[in-house]
Structures are given as structure tokens and as C-alpha cells.
Design a protein around this ligand. Structure first.
Ligand code: NAP
Ligand code: ZN
Length: 353
């Protein structure tokens, strides 16, 4: 157990300005405090949220900004009062690194809805006043309560995307009852979508993929879907009308929500996890006419994230990834934007040295 008193400079890939390509740079990490762990990052996933953020689509940000909230690595130093993790542990960090810890939501385990605002892993003001920097980096210092344990049996590089794509889909699938006898549609087969298919199938649901085209049909069926439809074909909306108990929308762009609501059974729910900046208009008649609901969901709490990791390990689930070097990040962004991702890009941080 060592205690460093000074901050340290570490290598990171950061956007120097809104929408600028990411470049190698040095960022500061705080000294390891009493409740902190220092993590040597091994792999870092690329989430579409990283792209929304560095392109300024979700509002103003301070730059330079190193994104990345699908972090896995090894603990190399712990603070004097850390009890949850030890040096050498394989750990992960997701979309948040702190919260007030005292409000009703934090106490209920829903830190992501903290009344004082959760502290995002990057581009957020932490409780000490510093601005957080994300996982496209060699090291990160995080308070122990926001550090997850990666169970044995999951390949580390394939585990990284579980920290965002995994929990963001697991949480609503569980809450809205995906399971045996339930028909669940997943809209968009990207990073979140492919995890949603795997998890919903593992929960026992009958899974349908609604993708723009049939180009990934073989993959969708291999991942666990039973049916696969193209949303570019208007017949899809006629054929599937009134079919689903639950629709999980993972699409990063605006969709015509009311047409999808028509695919729900009476009492069905459509849950949006896709987060385009634009409003999504809803025709009230599409809700009223079937006692349907339209809802949203943001990542999941810390205990639920650990539950998801353990669920994935128990079901031998992890992400399908394309491992890239740090130099390929900007090219990977372009491929994500053109829906050319199979199904998550993960950065090998050893290539940042
Ligand atoms: P992604 O890998 O780019 O996947 C999005 C998928 O949506 C694409 O693969 C594509 O699937 C479909 N799509 C893209 N553009 C479309 C368009 N114009 N029309 C119809 N379909 C389109 O992105 P991701 O990383 O999974 O993230 C998805 C969204 O979730 C993003 O907005 C992200 O910010 C958000 N997100 C939210 C949370 C949360 O807590 N709620 C957490 C993480 C991410 P097909 O090719 O199959 O059509
Ligand atoms: Zn994410």
C-alpha cells in the first residue's frame, strides 16, 4: 500500500477542440487519495456517446477532452483506506466516477440519477472541482466505490464494452421484464444493440432485431435473435404491428417513434436508450390506443453494474469487438458514424506508449 502525494502526467488521446480529431497528449491524474485506486488501463471501448460529446452535440464541453467510459485494467496502487480492491485486481470503470452518496437515489443504488448530478467519467466537474478525463489513456485514478470487479472467465478486451453498452441495455431489459414468454425488439444493431440482443436472449426473451437493412442478419441471429427485420422496408411495420412487449431503441439518430409504438402490444413499452440531441416527437394517439408507454433509461447503478458483469460471466457473454490501436481512433469514429461497427471498437492502450 503506497501513498503518492503528487499528481501525475499520463498519456491520453484527447480532442483539442470540439469536433477536432483526437491526438496524443498528456493529461494530469490526481494523487491517489485515501479512498482511491490507481488503475493501469488495458483496454478502453469506444461508445457513440464519446462521439456525441467530442462533437459538441450534447452541449458545450471544456477541451482538451479525453473520452472513454468503458475502461478495464489492473489496480496498481491503492489508498490507505481502500477495502474493496487490491493491487493486482482486474477491474472496470463505466460512465460515472462519483456522486453525492447521500441523496435518496444514491442511497437506493441509483447513483446515475444522483440529485446533485452524477460525475461523468469524462468532461464533468468532479467533487474536488477538477474536470474528469476518460479512459482513452494509460492510467486513471477513481474512488473505490465506482470501481467494478471484472469476474474471471471474461476476456478483458471483450469485457470493456460491458461497462457502458452492457449495463445500459441490461438495466432496462431487467426493469421492463425481458424474460421467458416475452417478445422483445432491439432497434439498431450497433454497440448497445448487439449487447441487448445477447442479454435479452440470455434472459429468455424471444428477440427480434429491427435494423436499417438485412446486411447484418446472419450476425443478429448468431448473437441470439430469432427474427430480423429491415426498418427500411415499410412492410415490416405492417407485419409486426402489435407484436412486442418491449422495444429497446438503441439508435443514435432520431427515429419516427410513433411508427415503432405501433409495433407494441397493449401495455407494451418502448424504452429509449439511444440519445440523439434532437427531440423525438411522439403522437399521443400511438400511446393511448394501446395503453402503451414510452420511457427512457440511463446506464445503471453501481451494484446493478456488478450484477450485470456477474450475469454476463455466468452466461459466458461479452462484447464482439474489433481491437484497434490508438492511432486508429479517428478512423473508428468515422466507421461508427456510418454504422460500420462489428460491434464495438476497443482501444489497446498498450499502443499509446
Ligand atoms: P452505435 O454503435 O453507433 O449503434 C447505433 C446503431 O443505430 C447503428 O449501428 C445502426 O444500427 C443504428 N443507426 C445509426 N444511425 C441510424 C439512423 N440514422 N437511422 C436508423 N438507425 C440508425 O452506437 P452505440 O454506442 O450503440 O450508442 C447508441 C446510442 O445510445 C447513442 O446515441 C449513445 O449516445 C446512446 N447511449 C445512451 C446511453 C444511456 O445511458 N442511455 C448509454 C450509452 C450510449 P443498424 O445498422 O442496425 O441500423
Ligand atoms: Zn457509453
Amino acid at each position: 500500500m503506497t501513498q503518492l502525494v503528487s499528481t501525475r502526467l499520463v498519456t491520453a488521446y484527447a480532442a483539442p477542440a470540439a469536433a477536432a480529431p483526437l491526438v496524443a497528449t498528456q493529461i494530469e491524474r490526481r494523487a491517489v487519495g485515501a479512498h482511491d485506486v490507481l488503475i493501469e488501463i488495458k483496454y478502453s471501448g469506444i461508445c457513440h456517446s464519446d462521439i456525441h460529446t467530442v462533437r459538441g452535440e450534447w452541449g458545450e464541453q471544456s477541451f482538451p477532452l479525453a473520452p472513454g467510459h468503458e475502461i478495464v485494467g489492473v489496480v496498481t496502487e491503492i489508498g490507505a483506506e481502500v477495502t474493496r480492491h487490491q493491487i493486482g485486481d482486474t477491474v472496470g470503470v463505466g460512465c460515472m466516477v462519483n456522486s453525492c452518496g447521500e441523496c435518496d437515489y444514491c442511497l437506493a443504488g441509483d447513483q446515475q440519477y444522483c440529485r446533485q448530478g452524477m460525475v461523468g467519467t469524462y468532461g464533468a466537474v468532479d467533487r474536488d472541482g477538477s474536470t474528469t478525463q476518460g479512459g482513452y489513456s494509460t492510467h486513471v485514478v477513481v474512488t473505490e466505490d465506482f470501481v467494478l470487479s471484472i469476474p474471471e472467465g471474461i476476456n478483458l478486451q471483450n469485457a470493456a464494452p460491458l461497462l457502458c453498452a452492457g449495463i445500459t441495455t441490461y438495466s432496462p431489459l431487467k426493469r421492463w421484464g425481458a424474460g421467458a414468454g416475452r417478445k422483445v425488439a432491439i432497434v439498431g444493431l450497433g454497440g448497445l444493440g448487439h449487447m441487448a440482443v445477447k442479454i435479452a436472449a440470455a434472459m429468455g426473451a424471444e428477440v427480434t432485431v429491427l435494423s436499417q437493412t438485412l446486411s447484418k442478419q446472419e450476425d443478429g441471429l448468431r448473437l441470439g435473435a430469432t427474427h430480423y427485420y429491415a426498418t427500411s422496408n415499410p412492410e415490416t411495420f405492417k407485419e409486426l404491428a402489435g407484436s412486442f412487449d418491449l422495444i429497446l431503441n438503441t439508435v443514435s439518430a432520431p427515429l419516427e417513434i410513433s411508427s415503432y409504438l405501433g409495433l407494441l402490444r397493449v401495455d407494451g413499452a418502448m424504452v429509449n436508450v439511444g440519445a440523439p440531441a434532437e427531440p423525438l416527437p411522439v403522437n399521443a394517439m400511438a400511446l393511448i390506443g394501446g395503453r402503451r408507454s414510452f420511457a427512457g433509461s440511463m446506464i445503471g447503478g453501481i451494484a446493478e453494474t456488478q450484477e450485470m458483469l456477474d450475469f454476463c460471466a455466468a452466461h459466458s457473454l461479452s462484447a464482439d469487438i474489433e481491437l484497434i490501436s490508438a492511432e486508429q481512433i479517428n478512423e473508428a469514429y468515422e466507421r461508427v458514424l456510418s454504422s460500420d461497427v462489428r460491434y464495438r471498437f476497443v482501444i489497446d492502450t498498450a499502443t499509446m506508449a
